[in-house]
Design a protein around this ligand. Structure first.
Ligand code: HEM
Length: 450
């Protein structure tokens, strides 16, 4: 006799309305409560959708790595294709493999080393700008950092000053808004509806297409064979498309994806770090001490990276508590078994780094901010590798992790060395689980010199 399929526990069907409300208003609470109430495997039925939420490191390993071939990108990714098209984040199969092969070499360690100077230059400009705000009106440092991360990507991936395209920041906002709207409404609001958001989105996408066209035309006119950056590689890889419109669309999708995936996540990491460091003066002092010791009165270089040992511990702890990619969604292609539970073909599977990183079996006092957890000299026996996955895992592992981490390390070290950034009294920051885990309310700070 065959064993009946085991189904994970979860809220009853009659809870659908409450769940929908929470899905819209408080997704982090929904995930945390589901874990606290039902454990490591939870099945949530919302209307026609069956969500399987898995919260054990072994489950993450199985879905993201060991049996990754059985999973495609899921909720949110599918819907945001309207905005992001078939870029590296959302594409599948042969197209994804081809694009990953085209782009990955640009992010290898030795290439990234060459980008250190660009990051340091941009970070030095940020420190200088903030210094002029000393003892003056508060500055929204999150806005500053978001501009910095976009600018760095422009220079490192495209060898271009994106600041020259004035509209780019706004256009990105609207494309992100649309991707988020599609995600929240699970793509149920059709694109043809005369919705103000959709109109803004279409204008913004057309604007980004024009920017991409200008970037490509500029590069074709000035080929720079030595510049083996993303733009050069994309131009070469799309040249073989027989229909030039397809090539153009692939290029646009890819560039928008890379700029979006790379700048929001890194800005969120830096933003949460500044926020938590302000709340823990002892950590701020230790970061300052390390920056002074490593740098003296010079600026950082790539060779300094391993010496920022404490800064790396802080960044890990920040990404543990506030992982910029707070949820990883997949769709099961065929039926599977995860942690002893049956997952039917076509199910939506969710792995939530936000709750996984606070799992009480693997992290003592999980909500406490304590960078010493990541002290390389401290034993981590019993903590599985997949208990901490800020950059994902398996074949879809983040392509830009070295670049993102180097950027966060240099920016934090250079700020910590020179300045104290204190959140404006009375201002509250709330985690906003959008495409990345945003700091809702921004980060207005008063700037003082160290
Ligand atoms: C601290 C900063 C960053 C964090 C925390 C982060 C996190 C992640 C995570 C968790 C994934 C996996 C998503 C999934 O499996 O569904 C991912 C994928 C990706 N990331 Fe990052 N990322 C960061 C920086 C960057 C940067 C700087 C870039 C590029 C410029 C980038 C580009 C991408 C791309 C293209 C993918 C899709 C890769 C694929 O599916 O082949 N990320 N990132």
């Amino acid at each position: 006799m065959t064993e009946p399929h085991r189904v994970p526990p979860g809220p009853p069907r009659r809870a659908t309305l409450r769940l929908l409300r929470e899905l819209k208003n408080d997704r982090l609470a929904l995930m945390s409560q589901a874990r606290a109430e039902y454990g490591d495997a939870v099945r949530v039925v919302i209307g026609p959708k069956k969500l399987y939420i898995f919260n054990h490191p072994d489950h993450a390993k199985h879905v993201l790595a060991d049996n990754a071939a059985n999973y495609h990108k899921g909720i949110g990714y599918i819907e945001s294709k309207r905005a992001l098209g078939d870029g590296l984040l959302t594409s599948e199969g042969e197209l994804w493999r081809k694009q990953r092969r085209t782009i990955q070499p640009v992010f290898q360690h030795k290439r990234i080393a060459a980008q250190a100077d660009v990051i340091v230059e941009e970070a030095a400009k940020l420190v200088a700008r903030l210094r002029t705000a000393q003892d003056g009106a508060p500055v929204d440092v999150l806005e500053e950092v978001t501009g910095l991360t976009l600018g760095v990507l422009g220079r490192t991936l495209l060898d271009t000053d994106l600041g020259a395209f004035e509209s780019i920041g706004h256009s990105f906002e609207h494309v992100q808004d649309q991707a988020m709207f599609d995600m929240e409404t699970m793509g149920l609001v059709p694109a043809w509806l005369p919705h103000a958001k959709q109109r803004r989105f279409r204008t913004a996408r057309a604007d980004l297409s024009r920017i991409v066209e200008r970037l490509v035309a500029g590069r074709l006119a000035d080929p720079r064979p030595a510049a083996d950056d993303v733009l050069t590689r994309l131009i070469a890889s799309t040249a073989e498309e027989t229909d030039p419109r397809v090539g153009e669309r692939r290029m646009r999708d890819e560039l928008i994806t890379l700029l979006l995936a790379g700048h929001e996540t890194t800005a969120s990491t830096i933003g949460w770090t500044l926020y938590l460091v302000d709340r823990h003066p002892e950590v701020a002092d230790a970061l300052h001490a390390e920056a002074v010791e490593v740098l003296g009165d010079r600026e950082p270089s790539y060779a300094d990276l391993p010496r920022f040992r404490y800064t790396a511990m802080v960044l890990n702890e920040v990404m543990r508590l506030f992982p910029p990619v707070w949820i990883l969604t997949r769709k099961a292609v065929g039926a599977d078994e995860v942690g002893g539970y049956h997952v039917p073909a076509g199910s939506d599977v969710l792995i939530c780094p936000f709750t996984l990183h606070r799992h009480p079996d693997f992290w003592t006092d999980p909500d406490r901010f304590d960078p010493n957890r990541f002290d390389p000299d401290r034993p981590t026996a019993g903590r599985p590798r997949y208990a901490f996955i800020p950059f994902g895992a398996g074949p879809r592992f983040c392509v830009g992790n070295h670049l993102g981490l180097m950027e966060a390390t240099f920016v934090i070290a250079m700020l910590a060395k020179e300045l104290r950034l204190s959140l404006v009294p009375g201002h509250t920051v709330t985690p906003e689980p959008m495409l990345s885990l945003r700091l809702g309310g921004g980060l207005p700070v008063n700037v003082t010199a160290r």
